[in-house]
Design a protein around this ligand. Structure first.
Ligand code: HEM
Length: 412
């Protein structure tokens, strides 16, 4: 990496002691800084808002891992633990560039649209009520809100979205749960991936057998058409289903947890919300800014030398978008970046990404978070943490910003 001075290269730590301090340190190194990832892998990271936006919207940075010099020359090997987040299959939209990517986005635009996901509202309401009813009986004892509620509701919503039979929701959740975390064995990862692939192959076959009988995301994808586009192949549908759970589940879990946590730690803001001085939408958007569900998105690769301020990102270098560091951007949000302020008017977060890969699941994530959080606090208005906030631990994960456990008392 040009311009990288070894002594000063910050380490992207999957186990930071202090997440906020880690974000601040990376922000201070920005706007673009060389970083080291676990396993001694080198990359650049954008840690300022404007630099991140510029690279996310620049066709000289691509997703195709074949463009990565350190992978091509063998410095990084296939068994590097984060290899699994790179897509080599050439059919997964998260890893596609240019025209093939645009085709996938056009063919999936309708199933992801706000109008289409709005149909899920009554289902999300029912699912949330059912989980809250079950929790009601245990409201006086400490419980892990993540395990019992915030993890379960979104996987059930995805099950409902996909048209998965209800008795299989838990199976779907259990298959995905260990996928994100570095302390899962590499062999276990491959095995889980194979099981998930098999599961969706069977689901697609079931739906395909009678397309007219179903009205769900899976069927929408199988029927996808676009003007002058080749429809999605069966393989593309399977990979899309696989990837959407990976992209959309843990992120939604984290958004729900992070909003609850922010409100419990900011009683004044919580009181303003209750008094109607703040809206749920403001609270959700500020949480996306203040403590986003994603930490660092790996990777994009430079297809030519790209000068950025004082450094040059060389052809073949890898680039990380550091959403955690971007939360600290003074230029975008003002000097009070450390403050949780839902009435903030300065700045616009990019926690759903920016440019051609911008998250198509944002309407669903926002709809779901809005319903789930309103209902949770309506049922348990005195909900509080069961341990001091400083005892909450994050999962060892570079990419997502996930709590390990979230012990709460629903009705103290
Ligand atoms: C892509 C964030 C929920 C589906 C992305 C990206 C971000 C993101 C930052 C861009 C990644 C990149 O540039 O490489 C989030 C956050 C969520 C969320 C913060 C929740 C709060 C969802 C949900 C779904 C979803 C619920 C599906 C129902 C996707 C897909 C992509 C994506 C399919 C790939 C798009 C592409 O490559 O063109 N998301 N996401 N996401 N997200 Fe989300």
């Amino acid at each position: 990496l040009t311009g990288a001075n070894d002594a000063e290269v910050p380490f992207l730590d999957p186990y930071p002691d202090d997440l906020q301090a880690h974000r601040e340190e990376l922000y201070q190194q920005g706007p673009v800084t060389p970083v080291e990832l676990p396993g001694g892998v080198r990359a650049w990271a954008t840690t300022h808002h404007a630099a991140a936006k510029a690279t996310l919207n620049d066709p000289r940075f691509v997703k195709d891992p074949h463009q990565w010099a350190d992978f091509q020359n063998g410095k990084v090997s296939q068994d590097w633990p984060y290899m699994g987040v790179l897509t080599f299959d050439g059919i997964n939209m998260l890893g596609l560039d240019g025209a093939p990517h645009r085709r996938m986005r056009r063919l999936t635009a309708h199933p992801f649209s706000a109008r289409r996901v709005e149909r899920l509202r009554p289902h999300i309401e029912r699912i949330t009520d059912e989980y809250l009813d079950a929790l009601d009986k245990r409201a006086h004892e400490p419980l892990d809100l993540k395990k019992e509620f915030s993890f379960r509701v979104p996987i059930t919503v995805i099950g409902e979205l996909y048209g998965v039979p209800e008795e299989e929701y838990d199976k779907l959740g259990d298959l995905y749960a260990p996928l994100f975390f570095v302390d899962t064995d590499p062999g276990e990862h491959l095995d889980l991936y194979a099981q998930i692939y098999q599961y969706f192959t069977e689901l697609v076959a079931r739906k395909k057998a009678d397309l007219d009988a179903h009205d769900d995301f899976t069927t929408d994808l199988l029927r996808s058409t676009g003007e002058g586009e080749e429809p999605l192949t069966e393989g593309e549908v399977i990979v899309t289903l696989l990837m959407v759970v990976a992209a959309g589940h843990e992120t939604t879990v984290n958004l729900i947890n992070n909003v609850v946590r922010a409100l419990l730690n900011h009683p004044e803001e919580h009181a303003r919300l209750r008094a109607g001085e703040l809206t749920w939408e403001q609270v959700i958007e500020e949480t996306l800014r203040y403590n986003p569900p994603n930490n660092a998105i790996l990777f994009r690769f430079a297809t030519e030398d790209v000068p950025m301020g004082e450094v040059t990102i060389s052809k073949g270098d890898a680039l990380v978008t550091h959403y955690g560091a971007i939360t600290k951007d003074r230029e975008e949000y003002g000097e009070d970046v450390h403050v949780f302020d839902p009435s903030r008017t300065k700045g616009r977060h990019i926690s759903f990404g920016y440019g051609p890969h911008m998250c198509p699941g944002a309407p669903l994530a926002r709809l779901e978070a809005g319903i789930v959080l309103r209902k949770l606090f309506a049922r348990f208005p005195d909900l509080r943490l069961a341990v001091p906030d400083r005892e909450l631990e994050n999962e060892a994960a570079l990419i997502v910003n996930s709590l390990k456990e979230f012990p709460v008392l629903l009705r103290p």
